[in-house]
Ligand binder design. Structure first.
Ligand code: SN0
Length: 315
């Protein structure tokens, strides 16, 4: 695997899932693989799970890890080609990425969208330029439009929690929020569930919050949450801002919060969220503190997802 920016970089999804489960059973089988190699993780935005789970995963493989908070410690980077750099941006991505490529063997990048210019965000020009100019494998730690390490852990969690001889029904539902959030987590989850191909997949959102077609793929799209939840085995709850009316909160229907009343419509579904989650805005306490929530083991699986991906990037 050259880079890990989306599911499209994965040549064998089933193999990657098996690898992650094998690491979960035996974390240190490949503890020599990364000896003498360094993972650098550049954060342009906050992170807890991604940062720590990836760091643990890298150490399980014998790697050294350097974490760099760009906003706090770095120079301001220019990404525009041909820019005349007379403003407050000190260094161009062409030099910054190329220099990092001299020091590191794998480069992780977290860069949220600006949510102002849809074409700019969806071109993924930030992470793509790191990949282009660093000359080493680049690992997405959540980019403008995708969060593939999260999605791999999500599929892993679904696989582990479903042992019946039929396809699970997975419903991803929009939920309210107080802030403008990226579409990266839902885009990526949809892209991975579609690529996995082993579930009946429904996405439900209020009108106007439809995701980009290239990620929603052949999911069944609904606007009626109660109808969509019928018979669900897994409910993935997430807020996102509008793609059509780009980066806007067009309406915030608080009745879409996930509660026990909504859970009662499902097939005793397991409830998932990527975290961090705002309690009693997105998901009610009764769900997060109840028996159907699998958000903690879901977050736990981030280590095994990251370890499987790092081991592929080291090859
Ligand atoms: C991010 C998102 O993409 O939705 C990261 C999720 C892994 N979430 C947030 O930024 C939450 C911010 C908040 O204030 O609740």
């Amino acid at each position: 695997m050259k880079n890990f920016l989306s599911v499209e970089d994965v040549p064998d999804l089933t193999g990657l899932l098996h690898k992650a489960l094998a690491y979960k059973a035996e974390p240190f089988v490949d503890k020599q693989l990364g000896v003498g190699k360094t993972l650098g993780m550049l954060f342009m935005n906050p992170s807890m799970r991604t940062r720590i789970s990836t760091q643990v995963a890298a150490r399980n493989l014998g790697m050294e890890v350097i974490v760099f908070n760009v906003e706090k410690d770095g120079w301001q980077l220019e990404f525009a080609d041909g820019a005349i750099m007379k403003g407050d941006k000190t260094e161009h991505i062409k030099e910054a990425a190329a220099v990092l490529g001299q020091y590191l063997q794998v480069l992780g990048i977290r860069s949220f969208p600006k949510l102002t210019d849809r074409n700019e965000d969806y071109s993924e020009h930030v992470i793509r330029q790191f990949a282009k100019y660093s000359n080493i494998p680049v690992l997405s730690l959540e980019s403008a439009t995708l969060h593939p390490l999260q999605s791999l852990a999500d599929i892993l969690t679904i696989k582990e929690n479903f042992q019946q001889p039929r396809r699970p029904k997975i419903v991803m539902t929009w939920a309210p929020h107080v802030k403008v959030l990226p579409q990266a987590v839902p885009n990526s989850f949809a892209q991975w569930v579609n690529a996995w191909g082993e579930a009946d997949f429904v996405i439900v959102q209020p009108e106007g919050y439809e995701l980009a077609e290239q990620f929603a793929g052949n999911a069944t799209i609904e606007n009626n949450q109660d109808k969509a939840l019928q018979g669900a085995d897994f409910v993935y709850v997430k807020n996102w801002s509008s793609y059509k009316n780009y980066g806007k909160i067009i309406r915030n229907d608080t009745s879409w919060m996930f509660t026990n009343k909504k859970l009662a419509l499902t097939n005793n579904a397991k409830v998932m969220h990527c975290l961090p989650v705002r309690r009693n805005i997105v998901i009610a306490d009764e769900i997060l503190d109840g028996p159907n929530s699998i958000v903690i083991p879901q977050a736990g699986n981030r280590v095994w997802a990251a370890q499987a991906v790092l081991s592929e990037l080291l090859k």
